[in-house]
Design a protein around this ligand. Structure first.
Ligand code: FES
Length: 153
């Protein structure tokens, strides 16, 4: 390797290392510590047979957080054969939305935000869609994924 090629390789290596460093620092500041140190757990929710054949169904699931039993709600949606789980937490200020089966719309009681059954904002102040939650079916049971703070080692 002549001197010119050596210098080119050295400069490329330095640029690659700097880019990796910038990406790591950016990731550190983009996600707060409580988000970086979270873990996904799956909570049993219902029988697979209870999933909606079409439309929206509200369900609950339980999980333990810091030694306390917690209950959370989820909306399970079957839209033309596609199943997904929507969080009921409004993206505006975190109130819990309600599903209106007559209008087929999720309505937030706090400031009137409205979402369609895909979770997309129809009107009102919500800045983002309802979150889709991880979901899986195993051995005939439906599980909902929840992000919890990681347990300190
Ligand atoms: S909290 Fe839902 S619209 Fe404001």
């Amino acid at each position: 390797m002549d001197r010119r090629n050596f210098l080119r390789a050295a400069v490329k290596s330095i640029i690659a290392a700097a880019a990796a460093g910038v990406a790591a620092v950016a990731a550190y500041f983009m996600y707060p510590a409580n988000v970086r140190a979270r873990q996904l757990i799956y909570c049993e929710c219902m029988d697979e047979d209870s999933l909606p054949k079409h439309g929206v169904k509200r369900a609950e699931y339980r999980f333990e957080l810091k030694g306390k039993e917690m209950t959370a709600a989820v909306y399970l949606v079957n839209h033309e054969g596609t199943l997904y789980a929507l969080s009921p937490v409004c993206s505006h200020l975190g109130c819990l939305v309600n599903y209106n089966r007559h209008t087929d719309v999720f309505i937030c009681p706090c400031h009137g935000g409205k979402y369609d059954t895909a979770g997309e904002v129809i009107s009102g102040p919500p800045p983002a869609p309802l979150a889709r939650l991880p979901m899986k079916v195993e051995n005939g049971r439906v599980y909902i994924g929840v992000m919890l703070p990681a347990v300190a080692a």
